[in-house]
Design a protein around this ligand. Structure first.
Ligand SMILES: Cc1cc2nc3c(=O)[nH]c(=O)nc-3n(C[C@H](O)[C@H](O)[C@H](O)COP(=O)(O)O)c2cc1C
Length: 163
């Protein structure tokens, strides 16, 4: 049995929906145990115990959200040199951009020598004004399906041992 760890942070619910959709897609794979953890609760032991990863967070102030960054800050050195070659994918929920958050996670994953199985999946909620940005988000069905497919692909590859 392989384990897929999904670590996520969400302020207004968008990333949470994306992470849950990815978890649903991955859970359809019988050979894979899916572990969904908030970035605040995730610890290095979760990373060490998993075979593949999905990192999901919003872009805030042109960077990954602070809570997600805190997870990487706490985990980076404790697991360095122990995760080589394991597969991962990234989901970013953004108002209009998302590329910087994706790039930051990519750099950390490169340091860990993880293997990207797909380009970062960025979903834009088109929130521009303070009111829109602070409002609860609802991710559309087509975008949720893309997240589901990312989770399913990662899980299928893990189960088959093809990554
Ligand atoms: C403090 C703050 C800063 C933000 N900065 C950016 C940004 O730099 N680029 C961007 O595309 N969206 C930005 N956003 C918008 C969020 O990424 C967007 O609302 C996203 O849907 C939030 O995801 P969540 O619902 O999972 O929290 C920002 C939001 C907040 C609260």
């Amino acid at each position: 049995m392989k384990t897929l760890l999904i670590v996520y942070h969400s302020l207004t619910g968008g990333t949470l929906q994306m992470a849950r959709a990815a978890a649903d897609g991955a859970a359809r794979e019988p050979g894979v145990n899916v572990r969904l953890e908030t970035a605040a609760a995730a610890v290095p032991e979760h990373l060490l115990a998993a075979d593949g990863y999905l990192f999901a967070c919003p872009e805030n102030l042109a960077a990954m959200s602070g809570v997600m960054k805190d997870f990487f800050d706490r985990s980076y050195y404790p697991v360095l040199d122990h995760l080589q070659g394991r597969p991962y994918a990234t989901l970013i929920c953004a108002g209009s951009d998302g590329s910087n958050a994706a790039r930051q996670i990519e750099r950390i994953a490169t340091g860990w020598r993880l293997k990207a199985i797909a380009e970062p999946l960025i979903v834009c909620t088109h929130a521009q004004t303070p009111e829109q940005i602070l409002a609860p988000k609802r991710i559309g069905a087509a975008d949720l399906l893309r997240c589901e497919e990312t989770g399913a692909t990662l899980a299928a590859g893990l189960a088959l041992g093809i990554f």
